[in-house]
Design a protein around this ligand. Structure first.
Ligand SMILES: *Cc1c(COP(=O)(O)O)cnc(C)c1O
Length: 391
C-alpha cells in the first residue's frame, strides 16, 4: 500500500520538516506586517530595496498603459514585444556580451538552458551545493551528472580527469551560493574549464546587481567575466522585478532560442515586468545604484561583525547572505519562531534545501535596513541563540 498524502504530511510534521507560508501585507520593505504583526524583514532577496522602488513602479505602470497587461503568446509565436528586445539589449550591454535572452524565471532558465546544451553522451559537473533548479535541469537533460564536493577544485579536477566523455563537458556553479553566501572559486574554475575544454556556466541569481564595482555580479568581482560561456542570472532578487536572463555569445543565444524548451513552450514575460527590469538595470548601473551597493556592503559588515562577536558561525559567508549555523531542524525552527515573537522575520532552512545536520537561519541583509534595524536583529539573535544554547 502506498502511503497516503495525509500520512506523508504527518511524517513531515514529526520530523520538523512541514512547511507553511506566512502572509506578508503591503510591499516588500525592510519592515513588514506579517500575519498581522510588525516585523523586521531579514529573509528577503530584495537586497537593494528595488521591489517597491518608485522608478520601477513608474516604468511598470507606463508599460501597462502603452502595451497592456499580457504578452499573449510565447516569443516564437506572437509574444515577442518591443520590450523583450529592449530588455535583452540592455542586459547584453550591462553584462558586456554579444547577446542575451530572457526567461520567465530562474527556475525556468536553468531547466531550459541546461537540457538544451547538454544531453546523452555529455557530462555535467555540478557543485554539490548548487541551486535545486540546476539539479533539476541536469536531471532533465539525460546527460551524466557528476556532483563535486562544494568548491573543492582538487576534487573537480580529479573527476574531470577520471570521467570519460564522448560529447561536451559542462561545469556549472552558483556564483554566490544561495544558502551559504560564499562565492564560487572562479579563478580555478576558469583554469579547469580551459584545461579540459569544458563550457562554464554561472548562475548569478544572488550576485547580479549587488557584487562587483558596477553591479555586474560575482564574475565582475572576481575579474573573470570574459571567461564565462553562459552567464545566467535572475531579475527577481536584487533587481526587484521578476524573471531571469542568460547573457552569452550570439551563437549560444540563437541556439537556446531554438532548443530551450522552457523558452519555446511558455508564454513570455508581460510588459510591466519587462519595463521594471529595464528600469532596475538602469538604476543599478547609475550612481544611485553604486550608493545602494555601498550601503549594502556597510550593512553586511555591521551585521556579520555583530554575529561573529557574539560567537555565531556564519559558515564562510562572503556576501549579503549570512547564515547562522544551528544544526538540527527542530532547534532551527524554534530559533526562527522565537525570533518572530521578538519581531524578527528570518527563515530556518532545512532539508531538502540544505543537507541534514546543517540547518541554519538564512539571514539576508538589505541596503534599506538601518543601523538600528541590524543592531536590533543582532541583539535578538544573540538573546535567543543563548537561550537555545546555539552559542
Ligand atoms: C532563486 C534562484 C533561482 C531561481 O530563480 P527564480 O527566478 O526565483 O525562479 C535559481 N538559481 C539560484 C541560485 C537561485 O537562488
Amino acid at each position: 500500500m502506498p502511503h497516503t498524502f495525509g500520512e506523508e504530511l504527518e511524517s513531515l510534521r514529526e520530523e520538523g520538516l512541514f512547511r507553511t507560508m506566512r502572509l506578508l501585507e503591503g510591499s516588500q520593505s525592510s519592515r513588514v506586517v506579517l500575519d498581522g504583526r510588525e516585523a523586521l524583514l531579514l529573509c528577503s532577496n530584495n537586497y537593494l530595496g528595488l521591489a517597491a522602488h518608485p522608478a520601477l513602479k513608474e516604468a511598470a505602470v507606463k508599460a501597462v498603459e502603452r502595451y497592456g497587461v499580457g504578452s499573449g503568446a510565447a516569443r516564437l509565436v506572437s509574444g515577442n514585444m518591443e520590450l523583450h528586445e529592449a530588455l535583452e539589449r540592455r542586459i547584453a550591454a550591462f553584462k558586456g556580451t554579444e547577446a542575451a535572452l530572457v526567461f520567465n524565471s530562474g527556475y525556468g532558465a536553468n531547466t531550459g538552458i541546461i537540457p538544451a546544451i547538454a544531453g546523452k553522451g555529455d557530462v555535467i559537473f555540478s557543485d554539490r551545493l548548487n541551486h535545486a533548479s540546476i539539479v533539476d535541469g541536469a536531471l532533465l537533460s539525460r546527460a551524466r551528472l557528476v556532483r563535486y564536493p562544494h568548491n573543492d577544485m582538487a576534487a573537480l579536477k580529479r573527476l574531470l580527469t577520471a570521467t570519460p566523455v564522448e560529447g561536451r563537458r559542462l561545469i556549472v556553479t552558483d556564483g554566490v551560493f544561495s544558502m551559504d553566501g560564499d562565492l564560487a572559486r572562479f579563478t580555478e574554475l576558469v583554469a579547469l574549464k580551459k584545461e579540459f575544454g569544458a563550457l562554464l556556466m554561472v548562475d548569478d541569481a544572488h550576485g547580479t546587481g549587488v557584487l562587483g564595482e558596477t553591479g555586474r555580479g560575482s564574475a565582475e568581482l572576481c575579474g573573470v567575466t570574459a571567461d564565462i560561456d553562459i552567464q545566467m542570472g535572475t531579475l527577481g532578487k536584487a533587481l526587484g522585478s521578476f524573471g531571469a536572463y542568460v547573457a552569452a555569445s550570439t551563437e549560444i543565444i540563437d541556439y537556446l532560442v531554438n532548443r530551450a524548451r522552457s523558452f519555446i513552450f511558455s508564454t513570455s514575460l508581460p510588459p510591466a515586468v519587462l519595463a521594471a527590469s529595464i528600469a532596475a538595470i538602469d538604476l543599478v548601473d547609475s550612481p544611485s545604484g553604486r550608493k545602494l551597493r555601498e550601503r549594502l556592503a556597510k550593512n553586511v559588515r555591521l551585521f556579520t561583525d555583530g554575529l561573529q562577536a557574539a560567537g555565531f558561525d556564519s559558515m564562510g559567508s562572503e556576501t549579503q547572505i549570512v547564515p547562522v549555523f544551528v544544526g538540527e531542524a527542530a532547534q532551527t525552527m524554534e530559533f526562527s519562531s522565537t525570533l518572530l515573537d521578538e519581531g524578527i522575520y528570518v527563515q530556518g532552512i532545512r532539508p531538502p534545501t540544505v543537507p541534514a545536520g546543517s540547518c541554519r537561519l538564512r539571514c539576508t541583509v538589505m541596503a534599506t535596513h538601518t543601523e538600528n534595524d541590524l543592531e536590533q536583529a543582532v541583539a535578538a539573535i544573540t538573546r535567543v541563540g543563548k537561550k537555545l544554547r546555539v552559542v
